[in-house]
Write a protein that binds this ligand. Structure first.
Ligand code: MN
Length: 196
């Protein structure tokens, strides 16, 4: 995916695609998740950046090079930006190229969805489940805790589901697997593939 750059030293709050998660999560969840949680991460990131020595770098570089509070907030801004941008109300099916990559790595699209869903449902505590490409172009599924992002491990992140409780608790309470199932029809596979 392309580098996310600051403007005048500040990272911007991404705009929520209107209606992209309709029928999957409620507008109440979205207003807290985007308007409160992501907003706090963006504000904290912009407050912590001056004097860190990482000013002017892309968000991905800040995530790779930072630790502690700066890492946590930069990671969460990158993770949430990727999460919110990858959904659509309109169907954007997988290209045959991406489908072939998924089949080659996981056996079938159904097997991939099953494994990704299972890794998301079984992640203990707060975190993210990711689909990424490695340097050889193979696709891998990883569980990342808290604010972690696969860019730290040299992977190219393609798709992520947020499994922090704040992403679903108002709508699904403890039923994380139901939230994960509801996200699949909303995935914009053109956005996912554009990150390769
Ligand atoms: Mn979140």
């Amino acid at each position: 995916m392309k580098d996310i750059m600051p403007t005048d030293g500040q990272f911007a709050m991404m705009t929520l695609p209107y209606g992209a998660l309709d029928n999957a999560v409620s507008s109440e969840t979205l207003s807290f998740h985007h308007g409160k949680h992501l907003k706090a991460y963006v504000d904290n990131l912009n407050n912590l950046l001056p004097g860190s020595g990482l000013e002017g770098l892309s968000l991905q570089e800040v995530v790779r090079r930072s630790q502690g509070g700066l890492f946590n907030n930069a990671g969460q801004v990158l993770n949430h930006t990727m999460y919110f941008e990858q959904f659509s109300n309109e169907p954007h099916p997988m290209s045959s190229r991406l489908e072939a990559m998924i089949v080659s790595s996981f056996g079938s699209v159904e097997d991939f969805r099953k494994e990704f869903s299972q890794r998301g449902a079984t992640l203990f505590g707060s975190g993210w489940v990711w689909l990424s490409a490695d340097k050889e172009g193979r696709l891998v599924i990883t569980q990342q805790r808290n604010a972690e992002n696969p860019v730290t491990d040299g992977l190219t992140p393609l798709l992520t589901f947020d499994v922090w409780e704040h992403a679903y608790y108002l709508d699904y309470q403890n039923r994380r697997a139901d939230y994960i199932a509801a996200l699949w029809p909303k995935v914009d596979w053109q956005v996912v593939e554009s990150r390769l």
